[in-house]
Design a protein around this ligand. Sequence first.
Ligand code: ADP
Ligand code: MG
Length: 399
Amino acid sequence: MATSIPTLDDVSLAGKRVLVRVDFNVPITDGRVGDDTRVRETLPTLRELAGAGATLFLAAHLGRPKGPQDDARLGPVAERLAELLGREVRYAPTPGPGSSEQQEFVAAAPEGSITLLENTRFDPRETKNDPALAEVLAGYADAFVNDAFGAAHRAHASTEGVARLLPSCAGRLLQRELEVLGTLLESPQRPFVVVLGGAKVSDKIGVIRNLLGVADTILVGGAMAFTFAKAAGGEVGDSLVEDDKLELASELVAEAEEKRVRLLLPDDVVCAERVERGVDIAVHAIGAIPDGLKGLDIGPDSTARFEKAIRAARSVLWNGPMGVFEVPPFDEGTRAIAHAVAAMDGMSVIGGGDSVAAVNAIGVADRIGHVSTGGGASLEFLEGRTLPGVAALGSVPWR
Ligand code: ADP
Ligand code: MG
């Protein structure tokens, strides 16, 4: 793989007690797991380890609890995981990592069993990456497998800390995320077209900067297009603009020219007075939006231009919806782009929480090459940053 961290191919875990960090941060409604994508994505790693005869202890967080909280317990996830695996998953509600209840529960695990540990964030030491908590977790196992790409950008006790104490490697999901995203940054098939959207330029500055060094074309939609349009002297009406980022937008445009990257803005946008179903809409040029109107989606001409660029691409990376896709009719641009990305020949990759939700809602996720499970983690990776949960893997020698 692109980086030199060890994977399951490099180690033997037969008969070992293995702590596996997974990303089970899923929506829970009325005690049931909603979208279980993240749980399903870890199955290959869990099946492989279980098949090798390892005894598994799964560590995961859910939400941002302020200590043990019944609504943040992992019980519903344990049930869903047991259904998906078709076998028993041991789970007991305990006060959290390091509690004597949890230690007893771990000590009682039969060989070859799978135990889901309670929400790691029930212990405030988790997010502080407290070495004392990492010690407790390391004490549960002989080795550590990190498969939680979605949490790899956080240096927490169960992601980074424990990898400094146990021999460790990447699980299959983490491995695939790093391979796919790493290939885009290092040696993409060209033309490499990046589609960026979403609410704020400020959230994506690092990503734009880094991708200017590798992309052939960057298509900018979503609200961030208005900051670019205003910086270029356009009238953007009441559209969402970050006035403190106008200079930055001009700098990024200049940088794109210098690096010969095509940076395309929408030329037309769908506007309305408010974000509301059934409200009157009108299409205006992006630099001539009347006062009182907000640009809420890319217009038909821009959609056609973006589709054409996507069709011609051999790699596409998409992050950020083209408009306020939550409220029809402002979902049309995002829908069209989702279909174009799904239909292109070559590698398509989608990252970002809302973008992934959009392709799932539109129903094209299964035609996308890779749908990243990490929102923040995929953005940080695309910024070219080292993810602490990844950097720590392999730091303790395997014997
Ligand atoms: P991701 O989670 O995929 O990285 P972001 O969080 O950056 O995406 O952006 C998603 C949000 O951007 C959505 O809630 C969407 O409504 C909003 N958005 C997109 N276009 C516009 C627009 N023109 N005006 C206001 N909000 C927009
Ligand atoms: Mg988002």
